[in-house]
Design a protein around this ligand. Sequence first.
Ligand SMILES: [Zn+2]
Length: 107
Amino acid sequence: MERTDEMNINSKAPEFEGRLRHICEVCGRTEILTPQEAFDEGWDYPPRMGSFGIVSPRTCPDCSMMDTAWAALTLEGKTPNELTERQKQTILRIVSEPESILVREEE
Ligand SMILES: [Zn+2]
């Protein structure tokens, strides 16, 4: 019984079909795309690249992950207080994903 319940929960989870607001944290480019469209264009964005709510690069096809908040924290060893304003806002947006980037159908 327990096992069945667990499987039901899992089957509802990751495959995300709706459109998401893809915001490049480096250059600010913003596009509304499905995960598949974003992946095909080369965006680094969950759920295809990384996971919702977990800090990793959020970049468009033209920008480098070396300029991301993720790189500042993990590669450069900065503390959250040392991040730029834009990087701090990126972190806030990431931790409240996917709600923070969901697109309502009427948009
Ligand atoms: Zn960019």
